[in-house]
Design a protein around this ligand. Structure first.
Ligand SMILES: [Zn+2]
Length: 115
């Protein structure tokens, strides 16, 4: 189980990627932009204000924060509902239900066995 504190730390360590809303180009901070002499590891926030999308030329305000790689936005919110039941895949839920039924059957059989 991932603690919210760890999640926060991860988000702080990895700089956010930004997606161009015009063409879908994604600026990867850990790759930089070699066409514009942007060094690898430069966060989007520190790009020069005249930096443009290398694909379509859109300005910085056209870009949308899509979060760091490996930490999709909304990840934490979705999982905190329902006491973790939402973490289960449908298959796992079936295993849970049939497992409970099977335990009930075994319980009844063992009752008969005691007689
Ligand atoms: Zn673009």
């Amino acid at each position: 189980m991932i603690e919210p504190a760890n999640e926060q730390t991860l988000a702080e360590q990895a700089p956010s990627r930004y997606e161009c809303r015009s063409c879908g180009y994604v600026y990867e901070p850990n790759k930089g932009d070699s066409n514009r002499n942007i060094a690898a590891g430069t966060p989007f926030e520190e790009l020069p204000s005249d930096w443009r999308c290398p694909v379509c030329g859109a300005k910085k305000p056209q870009f949308q924060d899509i979060g760091a790689s490996g930490a999709p936005s909304g990840f934490q919110e979705n999982l905190s509902y329902g006491f973790g039941v939402n973490r289960l895949t449908p298959g796992q839920k079936n295993v849970l239900i049939f497992g409970a039924l099977l335990l009930g059957v075994i319980f009844f059989i063992s009752l008969y066995g005691l007689r």
